[in-house]
Write a protein that binds this ligand. Structure first.
Ligand SMILES: [Zn+2]
Length: 182
């Protein structure tokens, strides 16, 4: 199949041709993206970048939505499953990864023997401003009518960073957030 004039494949192949036999920071950077068959690797392991590090942890499909539900107060496996409507195995993998990276913690569910509750750690809670900003950005991209988030306990709208100006929250899962059309 012919490659388009500016397709990523053509750019990479052309870069390889021009850089053949030379070494430079640029060729090392490019080679960091390439594996056999010019396939892009499925991890950012060679990227010395804080954003890449963050994406290693939360960049997989569904992960941010699992965290979003955790922020909205979802704690049980079956509730995540019902809200997100994703394959059980995928949810299980995402929860395990978030626990391994210290964003969630698993504690016994006192109301259901043998079951677990998934709760945000302080490190997980630290993602709220980023998640809130990404949500706001997505809202603008979709052209949807903006929604206003209000901290119910304080009756205070969240600011642009997702914080309640009255109490400085969130300080836990936000089952007490009120969402209204802006
Ligand atoms: Zn508040």
């Amino acid at each position: 199949m012919a490659l388009g004039a500016h397709s990523p494949e053509k750019v990479i192949l052309e870069t390889r041709r021009r850089c053949a036999g030379t070494t430079s920071p640029f060729t090392e950077l490019i080679s960091g993206f390439l594996v056999d068959g010019d396939m892009l690797p499925n991890s950012y392991g060679k990227q010395d970048c804080s954003l890449a590090r963050a994406l290693e942890i939360v960049g997989e499909r569904w992960t941010l939505l699992v965290l979003r539900d955790a922020f909205y107060g979802v704690r049980r496996f079956n509730d995540f499953l019902a809200h997100l409507d994703l394959p059980r195995t995928v949810l299980s993998n995402r929860l395990r990864s978030l626990i391994e990276h210290g964003l969630l913690v698993k504690i016994p569910d006192a109301g259901h023997s043998g079951r677990w509750l998934y709760e945000l750690t302080d490190e997980g809670m630290a993602l709220w401003p980023a998640l809130y900003a990404l949500r706001s950005w997505g809202e603008r991209q979709s052209g949807r009518q903006p929604r206003m988030f209000t901290h119910d306990a304080c009756d205070t709208p969240l600011d642009a960073t997702g914080r309640c100006e009255t109490c400085g929250g969130p300080t836990g899962a936000q089952s007490d957030l009120r969402v209204t059309a802006g």
